[in-house]
Ligand binder design. Structure first.
Ligand SMILES: C[S@@+](CC[C@H](N)C(=O)[O-])C[C@H]1O[C@@H](n2cnc3c(N)ncnc32)[C@H](O)[C@@H]1O
Length: 399
């Protein structure tokens, strides 16, 4: 039965939502509402077959972006923010084939990633500047090299594993495709490892990411607390903190608070960290072993548990819980807290990403409560910022 759709109402909704966004471009909720209204209208207008084709060929856009980035074309356009550039100039400047550049840029301009201002002449726009940045390009490489490859094996994965029939997972989809876990792959492939670290360090969700300390109001009250002092006192440990963007931002915000700030990650990540954050100590640490830093004020796990299934998450959390001072320490999780109804596409994308990479997941509030209780933690408060993807879950040792 054909659905009855009130296009007039949907376009009136768009107008209203866009006006609200125009009035306050910094209002994250207004931004989300505007995009949601536009998407509803687009889906109401678009014919199902066209929508299916759009999704089917979506990956080709990622492929074109990666090719143009490898060729240096995207960066060359972005390097000229105030003037246009012809295909002949691009071919000369990059040493790449003119016809290939024309074909790939035809694709990119239809997507608005740069502008076609005259025949075979292109200009950078606000999208080009962001898309050509190292962090975004690392993200596109990750999607083509990791996600697409797993996608090419997903049917054989289901057939062999029968996970969809609730069979226990012996291998996750990444292992099935690559013959190794994601972490083993990074350990054996320095270029994939470097790419992943660049991706993680960047504002990978398009510049809307706020650092944890901007989304966790109690940071501003730390100065009023009686914090531990002395050589051994530790203010914050960023566990599995990657290259240290989060702990670095915190140290910068609170340079005068007593206690060390420590960045922990796998030995290779620590060894390869060429620009460690100022005022932060680096420590190689495997979070499946006992936490060596006892009684820190804050232990942060940002985008860590979502990489692991419940059993591994319990192990890695328990290692730090054992090191906490029950009165003084707080363990913070910075991850998605999914709603039980009406999850966004951003959230569901990340959940499926975690499923195929790690047989892991983004969790709902009830799933977090259960997982944290299993390791002896209780939730003090969940801080969610409008427009931000993840929430900060503040926990303490159960009383
Ligand atoms: C998704 S990244 C998140 C990085 C960082 N917290 C952030 O939000 O940008 C997960 C991090 O966990 C680290 N990791 C993976 N296995 C680990 C282990 N066994 N011990 C310590 N860190 C580990 C990875 O090297 C990576 O830096």
């Amino acid at each position: 039965m054909a659905r009855k759709i009130d296009l007039k109402q949907l376009s009136a909704n768009v107008q209203k939502a866009v006006e609200a966004y125009e009035n306050d471009g910094d209002d994250a909720a207004a931004y989300d509402h505007a995009l949601e209204a536009i998407q509803k209208l687009q889906l109401a207008v678009e014919k199902p077959g066209d929508y299916a084709a759009r999704l089917r060929y979506h990956g080709l856009q990622n492929i074109a972006i990666v090719m143009l980035a490898e060729m240096g074309v995207l960066q060359a356009i972005a390097a000229r923010p105030d003037s246009s550039i012809t295909v002949t100039e691009l071919a000369k400047g990059t040493g790449c084939d003119e016809l290939l550049i024309k074909r790939l840029l035809r694709q990119l301009t239809t997507n608005g990633i740069c502008d076609e201002v005259a025949e075979y002449t292109y200009a950078s726009n606000h999208m080009t500047q962001v898309f050509a940045s190292p962090g975004q390009l690392a993200g596109f490489r990750y999607s083509t090299e990791q996600i697409f490859y797993i996608g090419s094996k997903i049917r054989s994965y289901l057939q062999e594993s029968q996970v969809h029939k609730s069979q226990p997972v012996k291998q996750n989809a990444h292992q099935h495709a690559f013959g190794k876990t994601f972490w083993q792959l990074l350990a054996s492939d320095p270029s994939a490892k470097e790419n992943f670290d660049v991706f993680m360090k960047a504002a990978r969700r398009g510049g809307h990411v706020q650092m944890w300390n901007e989304r966790y109001p109690p940071v501003s009250k730390l100065k009023n607390e009686e914090l531990k002092t002395g050589e051994e006192a530790v203010l914050m440990v960023d566990v599995g903190g990657g290259v240290g963007g989060q702990v670095g931002a915190f140290r910068k915000q609170c340079p005068d608070l007593p206690g060390k700030c420590i960045l922990q990650d796998l030995p290779d990540t620590i060894k390869n960290n060429s620009s460690p954050p100022e005022g932060v100590e680096l420590q190689a640490y495997d979070f499946f072993t006992p936490q060596p830093i006892k009684g820190a004020r804050i232990y942060l796990f940002r985008s860590v548990c979502h990489d692991w299934d419940d059993s591994h998450s319990r192990q890695l959390l328990a290692n730090t819980v054992a090191a906490m001072d029950p009165e003084y320490s707080r363990l913070l999780i910075d991850d998605w807290v999914l709603p039980d109804f009406g999850a966004s596409l951003k959230a569901t994308n990340m959940d499926i990403n975690m499923m195929i990479m790690f047989d892991a997941m983004e969790r709902t509030k009830n799933q977090w409560i259960k997982l944290l209780a299993d390791v002896g933690l209780e939730i003090v408060e969940i801080y969610s910022t409008p427009g931000a993807a993840e929430s900060i879950i503040e926990t303490r040792v159960k009383r």
